[in-house]
Design a protein around this ligand. Structure first.
Ligand code: ADP
Length: 395
């Protein structure tokens, strides 16, 4: 019972939702962007259409947290800060340490900070934000909810790379995956909608946003997922390469005169994927529009995106020896009926068929035909609610 903050901190941003639990209704939400700069932006939304916006220097995550809490009172969204009884912090990298969400104490904060080498842009900021919340609200239930924990059920055969084994033993170099909170949420929700136990199903969840990943979920557990050691692997994404042959790294570095390996990795993270192929944009809507206007490389980017999703679905059908449901979620998955249709119709061999009428939706729905052997669902993800649920569970 009470109001719970679901917090998602990045290197220069802080997103949050204040959620009334257990009703799961959103009371307010907002974000602080460009933390550390002179023109940081703070935006707060609540009620039916109330919005407050501020541009001012917000130099640290601590300052961002204080500003958010101050304005929850000033805008009369809360009458007392003590109405907040819980906070859930999304953490990108939990490594092998965190197989589940964890109640936050100083040791957990230090462990999150120590995992920063797996997620340099995120974990350090997340640890800072946890400390900031602890200072202002020392007595509430605070939980760390890890993007990776749902994937810790992966067996060795799926998380190990075919590298000298000692790299795993010495450095924990292996696949960790990401988006786990979303995969778990939509997977469970699919089981609810199908009226079957989560533990009895084979589900493929396609989280297709700017970052994109696919998971194979068998018996309620993640069996495999497409992101890797970092979120760079797997599908073609907005600006990320997805899977590539590592030999291309020294090849391009030599040809392009790139000296610094970090600069190369940065290109793989920020200038590749749909942006790199199309040359138009990383945003699917822009690329779809350009393709509709006859832009060849935009069309090619869309085709490659769909092709990679199909290949992963094929792999996951194979390793699960079947599939009961395929779920689409996140920005592209939820909103682009064209993408859902293109993916599913190209793999109809598996016994899945889209119903064009049912598929004309952005809401939670079964979008396959009644006689489709594999049920296809559109399920808007809700990572914030999943985080707030974890806080409640640990109270
Ligand atoms: P992330 O959380 O990884 O930043 P999102 O889940 O918000 O990403 O997804 C962003 C992507 O969703 C963008 O590529 C955007 O173009 C795409 N998207 C949003 N609405 C639509 C739509 N109506 N049709 C196609 N793509 C869409």
């Amino acid at each position: 019972m009470g109001k719970t903050m679901a917090i998602n901190a990045g290197s220069s941003s802080l997103k949050f939702q204040l959620i009334d639990m257990p009703a799961e209704t959103v009371i307010a939400k907002g974000l602080v962007e460009r933390i550390g700069m002179e023109d940081s932006i703070f935006k707060l939304e609540w009620g039916t259409d109330s919005v407050f916006k501020l541009i001012q220097p917000i130099l640290t995550h601590q300052a961002a947290v204080e500003l958010v809490l101050q304005h929850l009172i000033e805008q009369e969204i809360l009458s007392d800060i003590k109405e907040i009884t819980g906070a859930g912090h999304r953490v990108v990298a939990g490594g092998e340490l965190f197989k589940e969400s964890a109640l936050i104490d100083e040791q957990v904060i230090e462990q999150v900070a120590s995992l920063a080498e797996f997620a340099p842009l995120h974990n350090a900021a997340e640890a800072d934000v946890m400390r900031a919340f602890k200072r202002v609200l020392p007595d509430i239930t605070m939980a760390a909810v890890f993007d990776t924990s749902f994937h810790t059920s992966m067996p060795e055969v799926n998380y190990l790379y075919s590298l000298p084994y000692e790299y795993y033993e010495k450095h924990k170099a292996r696949k960790y995956g990401a988006h786990g909170t979303s995969h778990r949420y939509v997977g469970r929700r699919a089981a609810e909608l199908l009226g079957k136990p989560f533990e009895s199903l084979k589900i493929i969840t396609c989280h297709l946003g700017n970052g994109a990943s696919i998971s194979a979920i068998k018996d309620g557990k993640c069996l495999d997922t497409s992101m890797g050691f970092t979120p760079l692997a797997g599908l073609t994404m907005g600006t990320r390469t997805g899977d590539i042959d590592a030999s291309i790294i020294p090849f391009i570095m030599k040809k392009e005169g790139i000296q610094d390996i970090d600069a190369m990795v940065n290109i793989f993270n920020k200038q590749s994927g749909i942006l790199g192929i199309s040359g138009v944009s990383s945003d699917m809507r822009d690329v779809e529009q350009a393709a509709a206007e006859g832009h060849h490389r935009a069309q090619l980017a869309l085709d490659i995106f769909v092709n990679r999703v199909q290949k992963y679905i094929g792999q996951y059908v194979a390793i699960m020896n079947g599939v009961d449901a395929i779920v689409f979620t996140a920005g592209i998955g939820e909103n682009s009926k064209e993408t859902r249709e293109a993916v599913i119709e190209g793999i109809s061999f598996f016994g899945c068929h889209i119903d064009p009428v049912k598929n004309d939706t952005r809401k939670e729905a079964i979008v396959s035909t009644d006689d489709s052997k594999v049920v296809v669902l559109n399920i808007p993800t809700n990572e914030e609610v999943e985080i707030a649920r974890e806080v409640e569970r640990l109270k």
